[in-house]
Design a protein around this ligand. Structure first.
Ligand SMILES: [Zn+2]
Length: 406
C-alpha cells in the first residue's frame, strides 16, 4: 500500500480520490526570516541560503504537505533583473531554478511527497511583449524542470488568463501533468474574463488541474472556485480542482486582491488567519469537491498542519507535526493554569471570535484601486533601478489620490 502510494503521480493520486495537500507561501515566510527581499520577491535564496529553503520545505513536509513546490516564484531572467534587482547580475534564472529543484527533491524524498516545478506571471507580459517572447521565457524555465525531472508543473499566479494559457501551452510540451492557478477573485481576471470562462480556457489548453492561488483569503477564493466549477460543469469539461489562498483575511479587496490593500506587504499581521480558520477552509474546500488544498502568502507550516488535521479522518493519518499538537487544542489539558486547561476542547476554539487587540484599528480598509494594468507605462519591465524622479511622481500621485478619497 505504502509502496503503491510512493509510486503514484499527482494525477493518479487525484483520480484515486486522495487529498493532496500543498505547501505555503515561501516568499512571504522567507522574507520574514530574512532571506528574501520584499519588493523584487525573487528566490535567489535557493543559491544564497539553501539551508533556509530546505528547512522550510522540511517544516511543510512535517506539517502534512504532499507537494514540495520548487522555490522558483518569479525566477525568470526578466524578473531577476527588473528595476535594479541585483539578483539578476549575480545569478542566472537557470542556477536559481536548478538549486530549487535539487532542494525540493531532497526533502520530498524524505517523505511521501511530489515535486512540482512552478512558473508564474512575467513582467514581459505586463509590458505587452508578444506571445512568442513570453513563451520563450517560460520555455527557458521549463528546460530546467525537465532536466531535473520534477513530477509535475504548476503555472501559478496569473492575473490574466491569456498569459496563463500561454504558460500551460508551453508546460504541456514537457509531457508532464500541468496544474494552472490564477490569482483572481469572483470578478474574474483583470480583463474581466469570468472565473468559469477562465477555468474552461485553462482546461481546454490542457491543464488537468485548475484553480486559484494567492491574492485572496480562503472564503473569497472558495467563492471563485465555485464559479470555476460551475463553468466547467456547464461546459461538460472535467478537471481536478486546486486552491491555494493567502492566509490573510481580505473581505475588503477588489479584483486586484491583497496587493491593493494599504497594509500590503508590511502591516498585514492583524489580518492573519488562525489555525482554526484553516480547519474551516479545509472542510469547506473538501465539501466543494476540491482535492488539491494548500496555501500561498502568509501560510506557515502550522496552517498546513491544521488543514492536514481537519482532513485526517478522510486521509487516514495525521501529519508528523501533530506529534506536538493535540487536535483542537486538547494538549492544553497539561497546562498549569486551570482556566487555560478549561480551553482544552474543540467547541471552545471552534466558536471563539478572537479580538485583534488593536483598539484604534478599523476592521476594513479601502483598496488603493489605481487600476493600473497590462500596458500601463508604470508597469513596464525596466532593467535600471527605479529613479528618484519616478518614485517622486508616484508619491505625488498617491498623495493626490488620498486627498481625493478623503
Ligand atoms: Zn501568494
Amino acid at each position: 500500500m505504502l509502496l503503491q502510494m510512493l509510486l503514484q503521480g499527482i494525477l493518479e493520486r487525484l483520480e484515486a480520490g486522495e487529498i493532496v495537500i500543498g505547501d505555503g507561501g515561501f516568499v512571504f515566510a522567507l522574507e520574514k526570516r530574512g532571506y528574501v527581499k520584499a519588493g523584487p520577491w525573487t528566490p535567489e535564496a535557493t543559491v544564497e541560503y539553501p539551508e533556509a529553503v530546505r528547512q522550510l520545505h522540511r517544516e511543510f513536509l512535517r506539517a502534512g504537505s504532499t507537494v514540495m513546490q520548487t522555490f522558483t516564484f518569479y525566477a525568470s531572467d526578466d524578473k531577476l533583473k527588473n528595476r535594479g534587482n541585483i539578483a539578476g547580475q549575480k545569478f542566472s534564472g537557470q542556477s536559481v531554478n536548478e538549486a530549487a529543484c535539487d532542494i525540493a527533491r531532497e526533502v520530498a524524498n524524505e517523505g511521501d511527497a511530489l515535486v512540482a516545478g512552478g512558473v508564474s506571471q512575467t513582467p514581459a507580459y505586463l509590458s505587452c511583449k508578444s506571445q512568442s517572447e513570453v513563451k520563450e521565457i517560460f520555455r527557458k524555465q521549463l528546460e530546467v524542470f525537465v532536466k531535473k525531472d520534477v513530477d509535475f508543473m504548476i503555472a501559478e499566479y496569473y492575473e490574466h488568463v491569456e498569459e496563463a494559457v500561454w504558460a500551460v501551452e508551453v508546460l504541456k510540451e514537457s509531457g508532464k501533468p500541468v496544474a494552472a492557478t490564477l490569482c483572481i477573485g469572483p470578478e474574474g481576471d483583470l480583463k474581466g474574463v469570468s472565473p468559469g470562462d477562465c477555468a474552461i480556457r485553462l482546461t481546454k489548453a490542457g491543464a488537468q488541474i485548475v484553480g486559484v492561488n494567492c491574492h485572496f483569503d480562503y472564503a473569497t477564493s472558495l467563492k471563485t472556485m465555485k464559479l470555476m466549477k460551475e463553468g466547467l460543469d456547464a461546459a461538460k469539461l472535467k478537471a481536478h480542482l486546486m486552491v491555494q489562498p493567502v492566509a490573510f483575511h481580505t473581505p475588503d479587496c477588489n479584483s486586484q486582491g491583497f496587493i491593493d490593500l494599504p497594509e500590503f506587504p508590511f502591516a498585514l499581521e492583524p489580518r492573519i488567519s488562525t489555525r482554526w480558520d484553516m480547519h474551516k477552509f479545509a472542510r469547506e474546500a473538501y465539501n466543494l469537491g476540491i482535492r488539491y488544498i494548500g496555501g500561498c502568502c502568509g501560510f506557515e507550516p502550522y496552517h498546513i498542519r491544521a488543514v492536514a488535521e481537519e482532513l485526517s479522518a478522510e486521509r487516514g493519518f495525521l501529519p508528523q507535526a501533530s506529534e506536538k499538537h493535540d487536535s483542537w487544542g486538547t494538549g492544553l489539558s497539561m497546562h498549569t493554569k486551570p482556566w487555560v486547561r478549561a480551553r482544552a476542547r474543540r467547541d471552545y476554539w471552534e466558536n471563539l471570535v478572537p479580538a485583534s487587540g488593536l483598539p484604534y484599528s478599523p476592521s476594513l480598509s479601502k483598496p488603493d484601486s489605481w487600476k493600473v494594468t497590462r500596458g500601463d507605462k508604470d508597469l513596464m519591465q525596466q532593467t535600471d533601478a527605479t529613479t528618484e524622479q519616478q518614485q517622486k511622481e508616484l508619491f505625488e500621485k498617491q498623495k493626490a489620490k488620498a486627498l481625493l478619497s478623503a
